[in-house]
Design a protein around this ligand. Structure first.
Ligand SMILES: Cc1cc2nc3c(=O)[nH]c(=O)nc-3n(C[C@H](O)[C@H](O)[C@H](O)COP(=O)(O)O)c2cc1C
Ligand SMILES: CCCCCCC(=O)C(=O)O
Length: 341
């Protein structure tokens, strides 16, 4: 799908989606670290056909990670992604930098299956607290089921491909619609705020009754702080290798964080998940579910809603087959014993 998307997308857009920070070491490592892990199946387990439902995230242990600017990939943008997520019964995390307003994304989602798990909404901490509060209330009213605060972006990563391509702004006609002022129609810019601290988590928890997840946790001490600050869950992530180059692969960060959290809240991970066997490896290391970022964009670029659906169908089939071949009945039954070494 990535190869097909690359043929179809303007090269600077492909580079924006595919690229990572600086020398892209972390970007590459996210994928290759999965290949270094090997699975050792058990036999004659009589586990039957695997059952994939995975509370609290939906019909399988996969969520659609928040990614910006879906209308760069397909005209319908986040509406198409939402329809595919709804049909598959998986959580879509809507990016703060979506190119379709959250109300329209939720309408598209409800139009397919009103009972599907509600999308979550991702926020970057904003220095303008009054604006944050207004956005939170807007997102609640739209019907999202949780917030995901991305805590790994005190400044924006340095992406050399984008600099080289001069890809520094959205093309004419596309905007971050969740940043539009309903009165004036003006669209503000997302701030990356190096001053934000744990008080931002405290404030958000006081502002909304919805569950608050923290995304971009890499250090076990921060995982413990997240628990202490009442996070509903965390996402272990290096932002798809787009922020601090030189970080370990996300899958390599996972075990120490799972150990630090000690089962008190669910732990998701994202970064480099491309196959059902990658999902099984992450779950074996203690993740409740995984996020996929770029695969959604490749599906969207190749065939809009149908492309995202196809990507999810492939992943579902691969997860199911890998679980069956490991002798495991459901995702939550996986343990580290299925991994070699
Ligand atoms: C093009 C692109 C845009 C992204 N936009 C956001 C975003 O708006 N908010 C956010 O928290 N993460 C964003 N991410 C990071 C993803 O949520 C996720 O951490 C990452 O893509 C996972 O890695 P993968 O692409 O290898 O699956 C973006 C990633 C990509 C590739
Ligand atoms: C000015 C909004 C930028 C959002 C970019 C999202 C992205 O590329 C990333 O988080 O990575």
């Amino acid at each position: 799908m990535e190869a097909a998307a690359r043929e179809l997308l303007p090269p600077p857009v492909y580079d924006f989606f595919a690229g990572g920070a600086d020398d892209e070491n972390t970007l590459r490592d996210n994928v290759s670290a999965f290949d270094r892990l090997r699975l050792v199946p058990r036999v004659l387990c009589g586990a039957g056909r695997p059952d994939l439902p995975t509370p609290p995230v939906g019909a399988m242990p996969v969520v659609l990670a928040p990614t910006a600017f879906h209308r760069l990939a397909h005209e319908d943008g986040e509406r198409a992604t939402a329809r595919a997520a709804s049909a598959a019964g998986v959580v879509m995390v809507v990016s703060m930098a979506a190119t379709v307003a959250v109300e329209e994304v939720l309408d598209a989602h409800r139009g397919v299956d009103p009972d599907a798990p509600a999308p979550w909404f991702q926020l970057y901490p904003q220095p303008d607290k009054a604006f944050m509060e207004r956005l939170v209330k807007r997102v609640e009213a739209a019907g999202c089921g949780a917030f995901v605060l991305s805590v790994d972006s005190p400044v924006f990563g340095h992406r050399r491909r984008d600099v080289r391509n001069g890809f520094l702004d959205l093309p004419e006609g596309l905007h971050c619609e969740n940043l539009r002022d309903p009165d004036t129609g003006a669209v503000r810019t997302i701030a990356f705020d190096p001053r934000s601290g744990w008080d931002c988590v405290r404030r958000l928890r006081e502002t909304t009754p919805l569950p608050l997840w923290l995304k971009g946790i890499a250090h076990p001490d921060d995982a413990r702080l997240a628990v202490r600050h009442g996070a509903a869950g965390i996402v272990v992530s290096n932002h798809g290798g787009r922020q601090l180059d030189g970080m370990p692969a996300a899958i390599d960060l996972l075990p120490s964080i799972v150990d630090a959290v000690g089962g008190r809240i669910p732990v998701l991970m994202d970064g480099g998940v491309r196959r059902g066997t990658d999902v099984v490896k992450a779950l074996a290391l203690g993740a409740t579910a995984v996020g996929v970022g770029r695969p959604v964009l490749w599906g969207l670029a190749t065939a809009g809603e149908a492309g995202v659906t196809r990507m999810l169908d492939l992943l579902r089939a691969e997860i199911s087959r890998a679980l069956a071949l490991c002798g495991v009945a459901r995702p939550s039954d996986l343990t580290r014993s299925v991994l070699c070494g």
